[in-house]
Write a protein of this length. Structure first.
Length: 155
């Protein structure tokens, strides 16, 4: 699923396997200050902005669990999916993302990350660096998932 991150600054996209992963990702990135608009499928998978309240009610209605329980569930059972979604955050429109992905087909991982960060830095106009926040969170989540897997494998 492809989403547009609703925020007051630069355009960003986020990709996720499903709405629960996407909702938790955007909640972590913006602490409720950003929403999501689904751009693929039936376009019904939107996440509202939660400036102060309403997140628990929305998460319960959508997923049958409040935000904290949803996040704990995702971290315990689907952390690699959450890390992947966070790492997918891209500055630009969906068309920009498609073009970048097409260009990236011939790049190795190092060139991909170099061109991604160069593009990000050239396009970002806001003091809110949503991309780097998301990428940092992706690393934290991925490392947490790796630690959980290693701990589980030792028992």
């Amino acid at each position: 699923m492809l989403f547009s991150i609703i925020n007051p600054s630069d355009p960003y996209t986020l990709e996720a396997d499903d709405l629960e992963i996407a909702a938790n990702a955007v909640a972590l990135i913006g602490h409720g200050a950003y929403g999501l608009q689904e751009l693929t499928g039936d376009k019904s998978g939107n996440v509202p902005i939660f400036l102060e309240t309403g997140h628990d009610e929305w998460f319960t209605k959508q997923f049958g669990r409040d935000f904290a329980t949803s996040l704990n569930h995702v971290m315990a059972n689907r952390a690699p999916d959450l890390a992947k979604a966070l790492a997918s955050v891209f500055i630009g429109t969906p068309a920009d993302k498609r073009q970048f992905d097409q260009d990236a087909r011939d790049w190795d991982e190092d060139e991909f990350h170099l061109k991604l960060t160069e593009r990000h830095d050239a396009k970002r106009t806001s003091m809110n660096d949503i991309g780097r926040i998301a990428w940092g969170l992706a690393d934290v989540v991925a490392n947490s998932a790796l630690a959980q897997a290693e701990a589980g494998g030792e028992g």
